[in-house]
Design a protein around this ligand. Structure first.
Ligand SMILES: [Fe+2]
Ligand SMILES: [Fe+2]
Ligand SMILES: [Fe+2]
Ligand SMILES: [Fe+2]
Length: 406
């Protein structure tokens, strides 16, 4: 769980960099600072794990915010929605203790000028806020030893304008040369590794499936055309696993691979993802690059094994004409072939800038045609046809995951 959370937090830095001037590893620094503050305050391991995870994911809804802004949901920078959505999303994760309000109030201020006025909020939200604003404002990874006192004076002088007096005092207590050194780019990964209490879970555990669902939901917020893409692919993968009689663990692995398969699209510019009409060569290369990005990011996650391949081979073709590595039938195992078929099925049946939504009956001939040309596996296409005919275009909820419904 830890390395999956750390890897995914980087996606938010990309968006926060665009919107709020945050720099690379911002979420990791906020999480490390919160861990220090939590330890300083005597938090136990469960409390620390909840605080560090919420700090890593404090801006998990910025992608959704961006999408709603583009689609006319609201104008200008409004802090409230991303706080509300972010809290709703984080509530999917099964923490050992309640994280009520931790993300909802990460822009709240005790002077009442935050997005929710004078509402009361948990101290953990104030800790996240103090770390977040200090890092975005002062770029803590770059502060030299000679600048430490000036930095503390500047933060102290802003007391009363953000977070709470108590959280800012805690932040000032932990700012020293060693702590700032630990935040430098070359040290930050090791710092987070030590700061993050072990959140262990087996592949079949509900916590992994919930984290997968959380990740899928956020990836899908990248574009209005992919609003259900990952979620539906993950659910279809689960159903195909059931059809093939996979064990719970095998289904869970497939579900996780499907949930992660387009994670690299978070780094693809929305203008390219949503361009109506034909893409030029450079734009096509940019789109193709999402797989390389997925591969790199998943390489940072411990213990994925084959899940990484199943996630990253969905654009390869049996005849070697796919991308990014021109793999062919001899390189692609059963689940990789299955993932490719499900990805194409979902992409063909959902609305895109260059085609409208299609029914199951309109979708299948396209897949059979691709199988005939030797691109994808004909037997898998037939299995997909049999299983998906029953569900048509209904939004699916993988049956055993319905327990996760709130
Ligand atoms: Fe925020
Ligand atoms: Fe932030
Ligand atoms: Fe893809
Ligand atoms: Fe996809």
């Amino acid at each position: 769980m830890n390395s999956l959370c750390v890897m995914f937090s980087k996606a938010f830095d990309i968006i926060e960099a665009e919107l709020a001037g945050a720099s690379e590893y911002h979420s990791l620094r906020v999480a490390s600072l919160c861990s220090r503050m939590g330890k300083h305050l005597g938090y136990d391991s469960d409390s620390l794990c909840a605080l560090v995870t919420c700090a890593l994911f404090h801006d998990n809804a910025l992608i959704e915010y961006n999408l709603n802004k583009q689609t006319g949901g609201y104008d200008g920078i409004d802090l409230k929605p991303h706080c509300e959505y972010g809290q709703r999303n984080i509530d999917w994760l099964p923490f050992a203790k309640s994280v009520d309000g931790y993300i909802l109030h990460h822009h709240s201020c005790e002077n009442g000028k935050g997005p929710f006025g004078a509402a009361e909020f948990p101290h953990e939200a104030a800790l996240i806020s103090a770390a977040d604003i200090a890092d975005v404002t002062y770029h803590l990874q770059k502060i030299s030893n000679s600048e430490i006192n000036a930095l503390k004076d500047k933060i102290a002088a802003k007391t009363g304008t953000f977070s709470t007096k108590s959280a800012i005092e805690t932040l000032l207590d932990i700012v020293d040369a060693e702590m700032l050194e630990s935040l430098r780019d070359e040290n930050i990964h090791e710092t987070v590794r030590q700061a993050y209490p072990a959140w262990k879970a087996g592949i079949e555990d509900e916590s992994v499936l919930r984290l997968a669902k959380f990740i899928a939901y956020i990836i899908d917020c990248k574009s209005k055309y992919t609003r259900k893409h990952t979620e539906q692919i993950a659910n279809r993968a689960w159903l195909m696993g059931e059809y093939y009689g996979y064990s719970g663990g095998e289904k869970a692995k497939l579900y996780l691979a499907a949930s992660l398969h387009d994670i690299g699209k978070i780094s693809t510019p929305s203008a390219v993802l949503e361009k109506p009409g034909k893409l030029d060569k450079d734009e096509y290369r940019t789109i193709m690059d999402h797989v390389r990005c997925t591969y790199d990011w998943l390489g940072e996650v411990e213990g994925l094994g084959k899940i990484r391949n199943w996630a990253c081979e969905h654009h390869e073709k049996l005849d070697g004409t796919g991308y990014p590595l021109n793999k062919r039938d001899t390189d692609l195992d059963f689940n990789s072939r299955l993932m490719a078929c499900i990805d194409i099925y979902q992409a063909v049946c959902e609305e895109r800038p260059y085609h409208s939504a299609r029914s199951h009956e309109e979708t299948m001939p396209i897949l059979y045609g691709m199988a005939e040309k030797g691109f994808i596996d004909g037997k898998t296409v037939k299995d997909l046809d049999d299983v998906m005919a029953e569900y048509s275009l209904r939004d699916l909820d993988a049956p055993e995951l319905q327990v996760m419904q709130k």
